[in-house]
Write a protein that binds this ligand. Sequence first.
Ligand SMILES: [Zn+2]
Length: 483
Amino acid sequence: MGRSSYRLRIVTLVAVLLQCAARARADKIVLKNGRQIVASNVTEDGDRVRYETSAGELSIPKSIVDHIEKGGLMPVTESPATAVANLNLAPPPMEATASAAEIDQAAVHDGAVDRDYIARMENEARGGNARANQKAALAHHAAAQFELAHGDMEHALNDERTAINYWPDQPVLLMNVAYLYLKKSEFKQSVEYLERAKRNTTDNADLYKLEGWAYYGMNKTEQAVAEWKKALALKPDVETQQALDKALKDKQEEENYKENESPHFQLKYNGAEQPALARDVLRVLEMHFATIESELNYTPPEPIGVVLYRQQSFSDITRAPGWVGALNDGRIRVPVQGLTSVDSELSRVLKHELTHSFIQQKTRGRAPTWIQEGVAQWMEGKRSDENAAVLVQIYDGGQAAPLGRMEGSWMGLSGDIAQYAYAWALANVEYIVETQGMSDVERVLDRIAAGASTEDTLKEVLHDDYGDLMRSTAEYLKKSYGK
Ligand SMILES: [Zn+2]
């Protein structure tokens, strides 16, 4: 069968999630000893108080509870990765044909990749026969899809790139490599492969859609706008339209902005705001910069973009719910309405967001979310005190989610679960800093930057795997905050 049976068909580019925030409705259980448990759906049931956590329902004796505060919305700070890394895009699928399905089944079966089969395909390809080369490519592609589905980005990328060696001009394979680079926030590489795919197909809307996202991730809004317009000219698409609308709004808003600079920051703010506030924000940011720089022993080489918004513009542009404090999607975005100088709350928010920028640059976007959020919360001055009791209870109940599940984007988590993810992230980082020192965090970040997996890094630096780290953290919480 000829090439045409592998014609591009990209169907599922799923919901685009722009806002980096989760929402939680929280109640507070205040215990007689003064400790507080933040939980959801707190109910009284006979002599027990029941409440929900990520781990399911827990209960404590009513006799130790002083009172319950039914809560409003709990702000949960944003996920650090760029909006693009958080994209919930599906990989471009190959067209399903009988032959491709056969190769699929032979390359991956019984829950594993069949390397012997792939080696046989590679052997057959050595003869130089075009069809045999395509089959070897499809076998590697099948392996890559399997690995991607299991969260193994590195092997997926290896296999997909090998597939291209066997079938160099196949657009869907090129787009799949581009897609994997996009997910890894390696936007330049992503664009390279998309450009290669463009040499072999020109009328594919999804190609331009992906490239728009790659440029958006590089903060090249104008080029992103151009790509998305091309995509829409070829095919109407709600997600592309939303992405384009947002980018255009962003551009328009920022055109009215004034700019201000300090050694490490490029600040934009609406002309209606006080220039004195802009200067004060830069002063505070430079102060935090110096602190974080010495704590993490690292100086970000790229200037850090900061945008100050009036509240309404912030909501319009970020589409974040009204309670969200700030965002870091590559730039630090902060609403400052009504302020004339930096108060302690804004200072804390700036330090948290700035920490994300440091870690993002230091690890080239490779840090897992739990380390990002753990270190950012630590830097802003948060500690585990009020959450310690409930975390220990969840851990002792054998119900703590494994840390490995907190590496990727938290965008899919419900607000309640995200709240616990933040609490565990802080507790784990707090344990490392308090017992080993910030220098160990720095070494962990360095190794992650070099491409090591987070768990291997922990074993190397702390001699702990994820299970050990959770156990040590629970012990630390008991010792530090328990009675
Ligand atoms: Zn954060």
